[in-house]
Design a binder for this molecule. Structure first.
Ligand code: ATP
Length: 890
């Protein structure tokens, strides 16, 4: 039995469904029988495998070898400590990877597809994974089809199913049954999971879900999306590799110098042990100096950022986007619903007789025609609970009808719909064929400028008359008057249809009889005013790109502060007439693009990109997908089509412009925080290297033992760096110009900060060793170690901001940093315990005086860091202001 051979009624019977959809009880039963409508994800790398992965690092392998050799030589405690340090390091790495993975999973679930389904006679949106066989699903342009099914009602449905059939052109679908056995591509009354609705609408009954679908048979497993690396991660990886080689060269040098000294010194030593110790030390230097935690810290900070953004209604679809978003310099945004509330209310109507601006008397033929056109050529409705379903523009029309005492439902009951040609934003029209007062009648509504060109007659004074240029001008003038008041205007027309007509085509939208206009308000979102101002302060230009009328768009743009006095508004048509050169010249003067086509959108994005601006663009329709892909950050509306979402790197769950600006702020903070983690890690490592190299040059003993270095690496690496990644936004985060996307890792003074902080830590450790050495060589080492570990720990406070000092930030404002510092100090205090201090080479004579001296040096280093930071902050602010003033002279 093949469903396509059956009629739609038979299919409903076969799937034990009905035109009312399934009951909740049936759904539950089917779900427990068939499971969820999803393909299983490929097995993730197990925790154990991840752990093994961490042991494959060359550094770890060398350390393991050293530990085994030491075990062999009977140095149990040393080798045990190495094992413990390695295990803890690996465990931390595994925990970090798992955390990042699960937050990415959570994001993926948030952007999971949904389906519009009819259950118990009620339409609702549910997650597509909850569909069962027998469900009635509605489709419209832009939807990905969520399961396989047999079509039961079709309105000009065209579907792209090339991934299954290889056919590149969209297929026209039907609801009639098909005779005989045919291939997938010819099953025109079926739709298949994962294909895409490019046009029209339809209802289908689900016949197969999950692995039973055609696509499920091919791909039993869903590929888990690979985590893409961000530009910063790529740069860091490249830099990390170079740094790694440099450090290895340094370690080889340290080893060589020590061996040379060993052979040239007159002291009698155990050669074998001394060589092993030197080797161990060289390895420990490498471990301590290479910031191996860096890449996982960056991933974690990015994923923490995505969680924060999700709470602010911005779902990032990949990590690189988080970074790019922070450097956005132009936001091209839709108007309706994004800048405005999308709460439309009809405030006025216009009829050529101009007797009234409200519909008060349906006995008047023109008023009756207009209200019927508003209600009949309309797909929206109210649910039993009074919930508005459908396009807000259309909902406003039926709400108006209800409000003036003519329930929309009774008008619809009186004039059954026979066919429709759905609205699309390119045509800017919609039409229906209705049985109106016993005559087949075509109603058309749409953008006035478009509809006027399709009309050659007008309904005036109770009869059809020719549409004279004067009458047309009167309509155009009224359209302008409404538009200047920022009202959204729709025009309505009709014409009688032939008795035999039961379908609608494009040709039917010609030679129409103009009826009248409706005008509705759609107030701007309240917070949009502040957001636009905030974006401006942050050096981000906001551009409105709308399908709406130019005058309406302009009126709103001026009101919300998006458009300045000398800015221009252009229509898609005007844009088409501009050459690339002209557009380039005019680009920065144009704030509003009205009546745009999808091609216009791509052209605008490209033009801004050629001007080296990082461009974000919003979109929701099928045709927006290419522009969303082209933009540096494509932003799909949560209420938009699946295709738009698929092409975007960010989804706005509340469709709100304000959330875009908020997300940019978070993106900037994330980047700032990553830089803080980087500066913390590099400075600390540099400090250790400076002390080691200094001792080597002046001929002191190594300031730290290998074990101490490994221990410091464990204590001071990832935990404080991650805590720094949780830092709140700096107060001036949205008062700076956008970061350039190609900006180097160490730009804007970061290198200077690292050099200063690293040197301060290094010098503190050197002084500490110097003072300690006056007592004994061992005391020197103990003191240098204490200073290094404490200076690195306390540096966490300094690293909280690269411009604000710690007192201004408030010592306790980042509880993660407090936690991380406590963790480091607790681990450090282990080294002072009676039994353990020997392992860490702290002599018994190391008392309070030595500790206070070593700790004092560490604190001193951090105080100096703060002093230098203040100076650096002054320099940076001056520089940033100069750059900003030059770029935005206004
Ligand atoms: P934006 O691009 O900012 O979201 P928009 O919502 O006005 O603006 P579209 O939805 O593409 O953009 O609408 C374009 C034009 O089509 C509108 O200005 C209006 O004239 C007309 N229009 C909008 N909705 C309908 C509809 N449901 N039926 C008929 N015409 C419509």
């Amino acid at each position: 039995m093949q469903y396509y051979n059956q009629s739609s009624q038979e299919t409903l019977k076969l799937t034990t469904s009905s035109t009312q959809g399934l009951s909740n009880k049936e759904v539950e039963q089917r779900q427990s029988r068939d499971g969820f409508n999803e393909l299983k994800e490929k097995e993730k790398t197990s925790t154990w495998q991840l752990f093994i992965e961490t042991l494959k690092d060359p550094m770890v392998i060398i350390l393991l070898l050293v530990a085994f050799v030491q075990l062999f030589l009977g140095e149990f405690i040393e080798s045990l400590v190495i094992f413990i340090v390695l295990m803890i390091n690996s465990a931390v790495a595994v925990i970090q990877t798992k955390r990042a993975e699960s937050s990415l999973d959570a994001l993926r679930q948030m952007s999971a597809p949904s389906a519009k389904v009819l259950r118990q006679g009620e339409k609702k949106a549910i997650p597509a994974r909850e569909l069962v066989v027998g469900d009635i699903v509605s489709l419209e342009a832009g939807d990905f089809i969520p399961a396989d099914g047999r079509l039961i009602e079709v309105q000009n449905l065209r579907v792209e199913e090339g991934m299954l059939t290889g056919e590149s052109e969209p297929v026209e679908k039907i609801s009639d049954s098909i005779e005989g056995e045919v291939g997938l591509g010819d099953r025109k009354n079926m739709v298949f999971s994962s294909s895409l609705v490019v046009y029209g609408r339809a209802d289908f009954v689900v016949t197969a879900i999950a692995t039973q679908t055609e696509i499920g048979k091919i791909a039993q497993l869903l590929e888990t999306a690979e985590a893409k690396q961000t530009p910063l991660q790529q740069k860091l990886e490249k830099f990390g590799k170079q740094l790694g080689w440099a450090i290895l060269a340094l370690c080889a040098l340290i080893f060589a110098v020590q061996i040379l000294r060993l052979f040239t010194s007159n002291q009698v030593v155990d050669m074998q042990k001394a060589i092993l110790d030197s080797f161990m030390f060289a390895v420990a230097v490498a471990v301590a100096a290479i910031p191996e935690a860096l890449s996982s810290v960056v991933t974690i900070v990015l994923s923490v950022g995505t969680n924060k953004m999700a709470k602010q209604h911005a779902i990032m679809r990949n990590l690189p986007a988080v970074e790019t978003l922070g450097s956005t310099s132009v936001i091209c945004t839709d108007k309706t619903g994004t800048l405005t509330q999308n709460k439309m209310t009809v405030v006025e109507t216009f009829l050529p007789s101009a007797s009234t601006n409200q519909l008060t008397d349906l006995k008047q033929a023109d008023q009756k025609l207009l209200l019927n056109a508003m209600v009949l050529c309309n797909d929206s409705s109210f649910s039993n609970e009074g919930q508005a379903l459908g396009d807000p523009t259309e909902v406003a029309l039926i709400a108006y009808s209800d409000k003036i005492g003519h329930p929309y439902q009774s008008l619809r009951n009186a004039s059954a719909r026979l066919a429709e040609f759905p609205f699309d934003s390119e045509r800017k029209l919609m039409s229906t064929l209705n049985d109106f007062e016993g005559e087949k009648t075509i109603f058309v509504k749409g953008g006035p400028d478009v509809l006027f060109t399709r009309c050659n007659r007008i309904f005036l004074d109770g009869q059809v008359q020719s549409l004279t240029p004067e009458l047309k001008a009167k309509f155009q003038e009224q359209n302008e008057i409404f538009s200047r008041k920022a009202l959204r205007v729709l025009a309505y027309a009709y014409k009688p249809a032939a008795k035999a007509q039961d379908e609608l085509t494009l040709e039917d939208e010609q030679d129409l009889i103009l009826i009248g206009l409706s005008a509705m308000i759609d107030p701007p979102r309240e917070a949009v005013y502040d957001s636009i101002a905030e974006a401006k302060k942050a050096g981000i230009r906001t551009i409105m790109i709308t399908g709406d009328h130019k005058t309406t768009a302009q009126a709103i743009a001026k009101d919300i502060g998006l458009m300045d006095e000398d800015d221009r508004a252009v229509t898609g048509q005007e844009l088409d007439a501009m050459s690339d050169e002209e557009l380039r010249r005019e680009l920065s003067n144009i704030s509003v693009y009205a009546r745009v086509s999808p091609e216009n959108k791509i052209r605008i994005v490209r033009a801004w990109q050629q001007d080296h601006q990082v461009t974000a663009m919003t979109g929701d329709g099928v045709n927006d997908a290419p522009a969303l892909k082209q933009a540096d950050i494509g932003i799909a509306m949560g209420s938009g089509t699946d295709v738009a979402k698929d092409a975007s790197s960010m989804i706005l769950t509340d469709d709100n412009f304000v959330s875009i600006v908020t997300a940019v702020g978070i993106g900037r903070t994330v980047y700032d925080n990553i830089k803080k983690s980087i500066s913390y890690l590099f400075s600390g490592n540099l400090g250790a290297i400076i002390a080691i190299v200094f001792a080597l040059i002046v001929g002191w003993v190594n300031p730290f033992t290998a074990l101490q270095l490994l221990f410091i690496n464990l204590v001071n690496d990832s935990v404080p760096a991650i805590a720094l990644g949780m830092e709140k936004a700096e107060p001036d985060v949205m008062a700076k110009p956008p970061r350039r996307l190609d900006e180097g890792i160490f730009a804007n003074g970061l290198m200077r900060i690292i050099l200063i902080r690293g040197s301060l830590i290094g010098v503190a450790a050197i002084i500490s060793q110097y003072i300690g050495q006056k007592t004994s060589v061992e005391m020197g080492v103990a003191m240098a170690f204490t200073t290094l570990i404490l200076a690195r720990t306390l540096q966490t406070f300094a690293a909280r901001s690269n411009s604000q000092n710690i007192l201004r930030l408030g010592l306790t404002t980042n509880k993660y940093v407090l936690g991380a510092v406590t963790f480091c100090l607790a681990l450090y205090s282990l080294t002072t315990l009676p039994f353990l201090r020997e392992i860490f080479s702290i002599p018994a004579s190391f008392g309070w005086t030595e500790w206070v001296c070593a700790a004092g040096l560490a604190v001193g280093a951090v105080i100096f860091m703060e002093i230098f930071k203040s100076l650096n902050g002054i320099i940076e602010r001056r520089r940033a202001k100069l750059v900003f003033d030059k770029k935005y002279p206004k």
